[in-house]
Design a protein around this ligand. Structure first.
Ligand SMILES: [Zn+2]
Ligand SMILES: [Zn+2]
Length: 279
């Protein structure tokens, strides 16, 4: 996790052969800096993959992609929404895919699925490489059945624990409609809601949890971890690895599994994408 929270989100998913940036919601400067600390130069990225068009997920991409011609993978509505805002309208390396489709970026198989959130066509992902998988869900009001099915296969899960329900209710700075939006079925997962999603996945392959997208005013890593750890203790899964990502610092590198070493044979998979081109 390069950074995660209500003010900006970006993560690096990588194998020996492939480097994917998931969202680019930090400043371009911070993205470059934090990638560098992970030993990755921006022009080494094989693509930027977008969950949805909200500013805290895309705000650094205009500048980053002007400097480096990185392909942007997004569904059509998300790409359209971003370009309508006049952002990235000169970017000409879009790889447009259908929601719920799966495709490969080098040796990573990307499964996409819709999540309920107040954006045009927001997504969650499952990344498969070798025999292991990573689930990625931030920005969702609740977990659909289909999403749970997809995530039963993953070994590491990145999941949002956006707010503590009491802190949100008592927050003096947020007007009522904003609180309602956050708590709605198209808003964000509270610590409690995230714990109940995790509970449904415990019979699966899950062995590591990375919490993220914490609200700055209505949550703390301690509260989020406490809520999830309570569930793990209740369920006899105290050995589960648990980490809470933050806004200001890069997380440790999480090793999810092994992929085949040696040179990767590229395929013609990219023909799958219609290139939306420059407008
Ligand atoms: Zn967000
Ligand atoms: Zn959002």
């Amino acid at each position: 996790m390069l950074g995660s929270g209500s003010a900006g989100n970006s993560a690096l998913v990588a194998t020996d052969h492939c480097k994917i940036l998931v969202d680019g919601g930090l400043s371009a400067r911070q993205l470059v800096l934090r990638l560098e600390r992970c030993g990755v130069a921006p022009d080494q990225l094989d693509g930027v993959l977008l969950t949805h068009e909200h500013g805290d997920h895309v705000c650094g991409l205009e500048v980053l992609c002007r400097k480096f011609a990185v392909p942007i993978y997004a569904n059509a509505l998300t790409a359209e929404a971003i370009r309508c805002d006049g952002v990235l309208d000169r970017h000409n390396n879009w790889r447009i895919f259908r929601t719920s489709s799966e495709f490969s970026i080098c040796d990573i198989l990307v499964q996409t699925f819709p999540v309920p959130h107040d954006a045009v066509d927001p997504l969650g992902f499952a990344f498969h490489a070798g025999t292991r998988a990573l689930g990625f869900i931030t920005d969702l009001g609740y977990a659909t059945k289909m999403l749970i099915e997809r995530l039963r296969e993953v070994h590491t899960l990145v999941i949002e624990t956006n707010h503590d329900e009491k802190l949100l209710q008592n927050d003096p700075h947020r007007p009522w409609p904003v609180k309602q939006r956050i708590q709605s079925r198209h808003g964000h997962l509270s610590n409690t809601a995230a714990a109940s999603v995790i509970e449904q996945l415990l019979p699966g392959k899950i062995e590591r949890l990375v919490l993220g997208h914490l609200s700055r005013d209505c949550n703390t890593p301690e509260l989020a971890c406490r809520e999830v750890r309570a569930l793990l203790e209740q369920s006899g899964k105290i050995d589960m690895e648990l980490y809470c990502a933050t806004q200001s610092a890069i997380s440790p590198q999480f090793r999810i599994g092994e992929t085949k070493s040696g040179p990767f044979q590229p395929t013609f998979e990219t023909a799958f994408f219609q290139n939306a081109g420059a407008r």
